[in-house]
Design a protein around this ligand. Structure first.
Ligand SMILES: C[S@@+](CC[C@H](N)C(=O)[O-])C[C@H]1O[C@@H](n2cnc3c(N)ncnc32)[C@H](O)[C@@H]1O
Length: 275
């Protein structure tokens, strides 16, 4: 069994490359979360917003346009930020390549902090939330969209579960516990305590249930490029990729509705205020 790479290696290698290649698909799939987040953030009328784990920049650019202020995206992935920069032409959006857990942001320099699925990959989430609190001005708002549990989001693990018997040496990711990983903030009580202990107040964590989708013709790209199976297949030869793609495809049948793939996404919307 291969050992999974660390987050910096992953997001500067196979995972980051996959998110760049599948940017259009993933932004379409995650647009419902962006819509909620940007509506919330723009209602706050912040002058300066920090988008954490901004990836290829869709939400950073949307926040800059919707608020008329400045938006800064921070991410550890050079390839994802390179794409974000090319997409940001004409918008008041800038990007910093850094670990949001440790980066020395100017203290009190942001009016709002936001993230779409970019805050579940820290080595030490308590330290990251405390560092982000230092970057926020007193009274600044925090709005993070994160996944609820893997059990409530079966679509997200469909490919790796279906591929497990075909690829016994594929690393299995940890689906429960503190992460790092997509479900690291699924435990609402623990997340609330982490926020409180790092200087955030007025904490509210509410379920956000949305329907997501993308064209069925993009399903092969999704299942062979994104997630742990995509990471594994990046190094595989064409025959293996085709064999696994065909073997896994049927597991997605329940999600294919005519010309579209549709699934229910179970998220938390985290809201807090810098105290
Ligand atoms: C699931 S992707 C989400 C990307 C983007 N927010 C979106 O919705 O398209 C997670 C992102 O978090 C970034 N990330 C992971 N650990 C990070 C860290 N310690 N500091 C900053 N960014 C990080 C990854 O590079 C990746 O771009």
């Amino acid at each position: 069994m291969q050992t999974p790479p660390d987050q910096k290696t992953l997001w500067n290698g196979p995972a980051g490359n996959a998110w760049v290649e599948a940017q259009a698909l993933l932004d379409q799939m995650l647009q419902p979360m962006a819509d909620v987040l940007i509506a919330d953030i723009s209602a706050l009328r912040p002058g300066r917003v920090l988008d954490i784990g901004c990836g290829t920049g869709a939400t950073t650019i949307a926040a800059a346009r919707a608020t008329g202020g400045d938006a800064v995206g921070v991410d550890i992935s050079e390839p994802m930020l390179a794409l974000a920069r090319t997409r940001a032409a004409g918008a008041r959006a800038t990007f910093v390549c850094a670990d949001a857990q440790t980066n020395a942001f100017d203290a009190g320099s942001f009016d709002a902090l936001m993230s779409r699925f970019g805050v579940m990959f820290f080595d030490d989430t308590a330290a990251a939330f405390a560092n982000l609190r230092r970057a926020a001005r007193h009274g600044a708002a925090l709005r993070f969209v994160v996944w609820r549990s893997a059990e409530e989001n079966l679509f997200l693990t469909t490919a790796e579960r279906a591929a497990a018997s075909l690829l016994p040496d594929m690393p299995q990711r940890q689906l429960e516990g503190p992460g790092p990983g997509p479900f690291a903030l699924a435990d609402k009580t623990r997340t609330a305590a982490l926020l409180k202990d790092s200087g955030w107040g007025a904490i509210e964590i509410r379920p956000l249930d949305l329907t997501c989708g993308f064209p069925a013709q993009d399903l092969e790209q999704y299942l062979t490029r994104v997630g742990p199976l995509g990471v594994y297949l990046e190094r595989a030869d064409d025959t293996t990729r085709r064999r696994v793609g065909e073997g896994v495809r049927a597991a997605f049948d329940p999600y294919v509705k005519g010309a579209a793939v549709r699934f229910d996404a179970a998220c938390w919307m985290l809201s807090a205020e810098a105290r």
